[in-house]
Write a protein that binds this ligand. Structure first.
Ligand code: LRH
Length: 488
């Protein structure tokens, strides 16, 4: 088959991938062309993106994709909030910081001391997370680099710039900076000014679907792609791509985009900027076509991944399958943590931090890996329940079904327990929602698929989905939820 494909670049927490996608009226097929490590590097002054290795991985991947046949376009997504600074020559200043760097917490406090949380929320509508770009910038401002900075590019925009030479700010990702106006859908120049930042740092916005540019000659030369290959603006915030590919066929659905983070919430037409919403720490990020992703970040599978990395370092690691089997046999509701405890955010020994949290709240620590995994997954299911119920209440919606997408949808325990805890049917999959969303936005720009409804129908028709209905004892989940509320 030599139909053109769309190349989706997706940089995740542990690896980056170049994936090609074929799209037809009843066809949506992904193939992984190339996978490369995405390992942040700790330098004396902080945790950094290994951005050159990633860029080279992208080029290598595009070369593999080109060898497979014609590539109609390229699109890039990754996680939110992180950025690089360019000087007046257009050169990158230093190595971008990784949001899990610990320097942000103090800077966040400082900004909040000057500007009330209410003022920031009233404009940007963002959940308070210590790594929101606005706080990272506050930490960055005392550096020499800052003096030379002329342009801020969020990470996908930086990579697009390196491929094409063209500068812009993709809107779904710009909405995670804290400098964006959730109502108007543009940069908040008023807030940018109030914070003492230069408006000129922030490039013109681009909507998903717009052409960002075409490949620079040396990029075309290296990859073997024609120089007129377009780089299409996709929903470059990975979560926005994933939400675009939620296989919902009815309105009013709830979703959990479950990977390193669990992003649990609703799709709305307008932001909710009320004081209750701020106090409940809900975010209003932009989705495709002016939609609002009304959701809360829950620490997600990071807790499990980081446990596994710790056990690997100790030489006591076992396969995920056997860990999950142990978890299924472990005692139910033996221990509950608040997944959003800031102590869990930075990389490092996770089982010890879980022990510390359990001891602090007067609970017994698990006596084996299966117990930790059960504790993490039950705590996540409880957090999904609490978050979705609060989102529905704050937005005035009824919940009828949960779509669980992303890598976590492969975890049958988490899916079943999310159904049990919420008391709602769960449709699980696709696991590759982010890459599918990336491909679909490109396909739409090339006229192969219609709007969000059409894209979602195509996902529902073509991808393997699993269905879970609530079972077990709802009272046990209610009691566990009461315990979780006390622990949090
Ligand atoms: C998920 C994600 C999330 C952000 C976080 C930084 O990958 O993009 O939506 O809040 O990473």
């Amino acid at each position: 088959r030599h139909d053109p494909v769309f190349a989706a670049v997706d940089l995740g927490a542990t690896s980056g991938r170049v994936i090609t996608g074929r799209v037809g009226p009843d066809e949506l097929v992904l193939t992984e062309a190339h996978r490369f490590a995405n390992t942040p590097v700790r330098l004396p002054d902080g945790l950094r993106w290994d951005v050159l290795a990633l860029y080279q991985g992208i080029l290598d991947g595009l070369r593999v994709a080109a060898r497979g046949g014609p590539v109609a376009s390229v699109g890039i997504d990754t996680w939110a909030v992180d950025y690089g600074l360019l000087d007046s020559d257009g050169s990158l200043l230093g190595l971008p910081f990784h949001y899990r760097d610990t320097r942000n917490a103090a800077a966040a406090e400082e900004v909040l001391a000057h500007f009330g949380a209410q003022e920031l929320y009233g404009v940007g509508g963002l959940q308070h997370l210590p790594f929101n770009t606005v706080f990272q910038l506050a930490a960055h401002r005392s550096t020499a680099q800052w003096q030379a900075a002329r342009t801020l590019l969020l990470m996908p925009d930086l990579l697009v710039y390196w491929l094409t030479g063209s500068v812009g700010a993709e809107v779904t990702n710009a909405s995670t900076t804290g400098l964006f106006d959730a109502r108007s859908g543009g940069w908040s120049h008023a807030l940018i000014g109030r914070l003492g930042l230069e408006s000129s740092l922030f490039p013109a916005l681009r909507e998903p679907g717009e052409r960002a540019g075409t490949l620079l000659p040396h990029v075309a030369g290296f990859t073997g792609l024609p120089a007129d290959t377009p780089v299409t603006t996709v929903a470059s915030h990975d979560t926005a791509s994933a939400v675009a590919a939620v296989p919902a066929t009815e309105p009013g659905f709830a979703y959990v985009s479950c990977g390193t983070w669990s992003l649990a919430g609703l799709e709305l037409d307008a932001p909710v900027l009320t004081e209750q919403s701020r106090a409940a720490n809900f975010t209003n990020e932009r989705g495709v076509d002016g939609t609002v992703r009304y959701l809360r970040n829950i620490m997600g599978m990071w807790l499990l991944e980081e446990c596994r990395r710790t056990w690997e370092r100790d030489g006591t690691s076992t396969s995920l399958a056997s860990l999950l089997a142990d978890a299924a046999r472990a005692r139910p509701f033996a221990a509950v943590i608040d997944p959003d405890d800031p102590a869990f955010l930075a990389p490092g020994d996770m089982p010890s931090r879980i022990d510390a949290a359990l001891t602090r709240s007067g609970q017994r620590t698990p006596d084996g890996p299966g117990g930790y995994v059960r504790c993490v997954l039950e705590s996540l299911a409880l957090a999904h329940r609490r978050t979705l119920r609060e989102a529905a209440e704050l937005a005035g919606r009824e919940l009828t079904r949960v779509h669980l997408v992303g890598g976590g949808s492969r975890n049958e325990l988490l899916c079943q327990w999310t159904a049990d805890a919420t008391g709602l049917p769960v449709t699980a999959g696709p696991a590759e929602a982010t890459a599918l969303g990336n491909v679909l936005l490109q396909a739409r720009a090339h006229g192969l698929v219609g709007g969000l409804t059409d894209m979602r129908r195509l996902v529902a028709r073509t991808q393997e989905l699993r269905h879970y209905t609530p079972r077990g004892d709802p009272g046990a989940w209610d009691r566990a939820a009461d315990l979780a509320a006390v622990v949090g």
